[in-house]
Design a binder for this molecule. Structure first.
Ligand SMILES: [Zn+2]
Length: 237
């Protein structure tokens, strides 16, 4: 595991295609996203190799119901006994991952085919906790509803540690801070508004950002999101 800041690790053993994270607090571990369905054993092996028992995982927070983020959630829930949490709007996707739609109707058959491949075959999971915008979790995260990429997408802000777990509200592929890819983001207008919200409402509250895709930003994250927003909205007027 790769430590981002004390108490927050990326499970880099699953590779670079998607990132998932471990948070360690006084009451145990919290997983934030779980990687692809095929990553589930690597996630478990990594935790045990680091000396944790699987039951040390007390909560699994899913930023959104995509195969690369909730892929291992069902099996990990079973193996750890952890509670699973997501935004109340995202519940339908966790319980029926087949409901996920790409931006264009043209790609629906491709999505349907992809789900037949074992690495994308996501088992449904029933969330135990449903969050709303602004809610605090026991770990000290503020849940920020950041819809667009999916309707119930969330990002997590830890004000005390000044870190934002962005999920796919933003990505940093190739080290370039940007909006999520339009092909997989059915509501780009809302995705833009969500980034605006992160910048305007919370931009002073974090320095570090970790992403579902791309390397972390370790300094001045809030200011970088604010300048991205200026760029996005000034190009639209
Ligand atoms: Zn993703």
């Amino acid at each position: 595991m790769n430590q981002i800041i004390p108490g927050l690790w990326e499970i880099d053993e699953i590779g670079d295609m998607v990132h998932c994270y471990v948070w360690e607090g006084p009451t145990g571990l919290t997983l934030i996203d779980t990687g692809m369905p095929s990553h589930v054993h690597t996630v478990m092996d990594t935790l045990t190799a680091k000396g944790y028992a699987l039951h040390n995982v007390r909560r699994i927070i899913i930023t959104h119901g995509d195969a690369d983020h909730m892929g291992g959630a069902a099996k990990l829930k079973k193996a750890t006994g952890a509670v699973v949490g997501c935004h109340s709007v995202e519940k339908v996707l966790l319980e029926d991952p087949g409901k996920r739609r790409p931006a264009s109707l043209l790609f629906r058959p491709i999505f349907a085919l992809m789900r037949l491949a074992p690495q994308f075959n996501t088992l449904p999971v029933t969330p135990d906790e449903l969050y709303v915008d602004g809610q605090q979790t026991p770990e000290g995260f503020t849940v920020i509803h950041t819809p667009g990429h999916t309707p119930g997408h969330i990002s997590l802000l830890h004000r005390e540690k000044r870190v934002l777990i962005a999920g796919d509200a933003l990505n940093n592929r190739g080290g370039k801070l940007q909006l999520p890819p339009p092909l997989f983001t059915p509501d780009m207008k809302n995705a833009e508004r969500s980034v605006w919200k992160l910048a305007k409402k919370y931009g002073e509250d974090f320095d570090v950002i970790v992403f579902g895709h791309g390397p972390p930003i370790l300094q001045n994250g809030g200011r970088k999101v604010q300048s991205l927003v200026t760029q996005i909205f000034s190009s639209e007027v």
